[in-house]
Design a protein around this ligand. Sequence first.
Ligand code: AHR
Length: 495
Amino acid sequence: LKAQLTIDPAQQVAPVRRRTFGTFVEHLGRCVYTGIYEPGHPTADADGFRGDVLALTRELGVTTVRYPGGNFVSGYRWEDGVGPRERRPRRLDLAWHSTETNEIGVDEFVRWSRLAGLEPMMAVNLGTRGVLEAVDLLEYCNIPSGTTLSDLRVAGGAKEPHDIRIWCLGNEMDGPWQIGHKTAREYGRLAAETARAMRMVDPGLELVACGSSGSSMPTFGSWETTVLEETYDLVDHISCHAYYEEKDGDLGGFLACATDMEHFISTVVSIADQVGARLGSGKKISVSFDEWNIWYLSRHQSAPPPPDWPVAPPLLEDHYHLADAVAFGGLLVTLLRHSDRVAAACLAQLVNVIAPIMTEPGGRAWRQTTFHPFAQAARYASGDVLLTEPVGPSYETGEFGQVPVLHAVATHDDRFTTVFAVNRSVTEPLELELDTRALGAVRIAEATTLAHEDVYARNTADDPERVAPRPNTSHRSDPQRIVLPPVSWNVIRLT
Ligand code: AHR
């Protein structure tokens, strides 16, 4: 198979946005407890934060971190997680059938985010709570001092305001599984009134309204229209959430799952623009793709019910293989290609729960296969995203019809042009011809490939480097020709 890609630095889509490389930490399973936080772990600091997880988080290159949920947030009282630890209540977490100890709350979380060099993105509970509790949390976090709530934060040791700039107005309120699930009109009104009140505290906040929990939701489209009719002038972003898994052994279809993400983003953008046009608004709403990943949701749904109310049980601990990482890389390509309208994105989640980083309680931490495409994209996507339209073969999928074998994007800064490319062919290598004439004289500074003879190969604590990027030398120093193995994620850096 052969495909061509023309790279022209004059064809810019938008600057690479650092918030594309966000992540998500939810009070769910072992994400917080024995994930980011485990006092007594050999690498833990004085606050109980695991040093090995912090190091991997930094290496992953994530930029923002959404918190505290997720479905969890819709039953959460943020006040439970502040003040002296010994007085914090233990509560039932209905969303995940667990016990929440509240050892970690907003102050500890923000401290951890700053240690990891991440911007916190806070979600408020609009499932079982409302305007007042959201404004109280904002006051607690962002007002320097001089009010009861801000002074409570200061008394707890957080002298400086947390200054959280981006806030999610609830989570997946379109989902019947959500505690306090609402119709679009009910949610739209509540989100509008919450946003209005939050802006009275701080007009400069960035606010995210809940969009659809997936493009296959029965309300997809009408939900966005109604919610934006209610909130258009008051919010900046509308969320999208999407998870993908290989179904019925259809690997080719799975590797093309970014096709759904493409359709999801472009549909939401056009709905937002239509609502804006009808309202006579010059403002553009952008997308916050604040949950995305590979998730074997069907396995989770068919698993036996958990025992009663455990603390930090192992939940949603998917072990990713090479093919998962390649499909995942395709999703990153799509997010980058839409940088003109996708303002933020969060890989859901960070540790243990459908995560690129895994840990053993009290023991080792390691990189899952999906760690690698993310870390490379976060590290090397820089400058501007370029408009690149691959020319080449396509193949038939049950779910998406004909899809291109090559899925790719390029970014360009003063020093490097970097191509991120997925070969979706299950059987064939792909010879990629790069038309680099518009770049002048360039050479390949580095080319790596993530592939494996066993597409279902995984990393484990005992064999953590089994699937990792390796040098691709098939170009033999020719910057215009490189071979991408079947089922592979590739990064080619030209200079
Ligand atoms: O990320 C896991 C769960 O997926 C989140 O809690 C929820 O928002 C989504 O359905």
